[in-house]
Design a binder for this molecule. Structure first.
Ligand code: UDP
Length: 235
């Protein structure tokens, strides 16, 4: 395997499958199978999960809700998704731990870096819920932060498109996909990979990001084994 320790970022929306809201159990179990496949190769896996399928603080704020209150709801949404993913992984026979950035100790462990590292070394998948624990951040920022903290080799951003294009491939049929692109070029061309805070944190810490299509079976294993199927962003 090309990578020894990875951080997989899954958006909340990815868990919806074809639904408009919430969690699609079939999609979840497909993801669990793909994740199981890579753990069996000995790769250490940490996951940051989003909450957009349930609640986003910005959406709440646009309806008049206090933004911080909304962000707290969003962070709790990521914990709900984390519990669902944990359950799907354990159904598939994968040992897991859920660690949260906000304390909900009856439900999940608090985030403790050393403990997370120990779980990874023991072959457990560690799911990080609750984002960064702070309002005004996103789970992309949480993904980069946790990846740096646990010294992951790479962030794998599983999406429904198969990489980064020079235009939106869902709107422009002539859009061209990049195999590799530098952090600087992403910024120069104004491409959207992650929000700016997350992206800059990744760049400053020289942490590569691979964007790939998570909905195609077996893709996760291909990416981890070094096949160039998505777009890799590095220096
Ligand atoms: N959130 C937050 N701080 C964080 C991470 C997330 O306040 O560090 C809140 C924020 O309201 C966000 C919501 O949780 O809209 C869900 O996270 P995100 O939008 O990143 O989920 P995704 O788009 O990946 O599903």
């Amino acid at each position: 395997m090309k990578y020894k320790r990875i951080l997989l970022k899954l958006s909340g929306e990815a868990l919806m499958g074809n639904r408009q809201y919430g969690i699609d159990p079939e999609r979840l179990s497909e993801y669990a199978k793909d994740i199981k496949e890579i753990t069996e190769t000995g790769v250490e896996v940490a996951i940051v999960i989003g909450g957009g399928n349930i609640f986003r603080g910005v959406a709440g704020a646009s309806n008049g809700m206090d933004r911080v209150q909304g962000d707290h709801m969003g962070m709790l949404a990521t914990v709900i998704n984390g519990l669902a993913l944990q359950s799907a992984l354990e159904d598939a026979g994968v040992p897991t731990r859920l660690q949260t950035a906000i304390h909900i100790e009856e439900v999940a462990e608090p985030f403790i870096r050393r403990r997370a590292l120990r779980h990874l070394e023991k072959g457990r998948v560690v799911i990080f819920g609750g984002g960064t624990g702070n309002p005004y951040f996103t789970t992309d920022s949480a993904a980069v932060l946790r990846a740096i903290e646990i010294e992951a080799d790479v962030i794998l951003k599983g999406t429904r498109v198969d990489g980064i294009y020079n235009a939106d491939p869902e709107k422009d049929s002539k859009a061209i996909k990049f195999d590799h692109i530098s952090f600087d070029d992403v910024l120069r061309k104004g491409l959207k990979v992650m929000d700016t805070t997350a992206f800059t944190l990744s760049q400053e810490n020289e942490l590569p990001i691979i964007v790939f299509d998570m909905n195609k079976k077996g893709n996760l294993l291909k990416v981890v084994s070094g096949e160039n199927i998505g777009t890799k962003v590095n220096l």
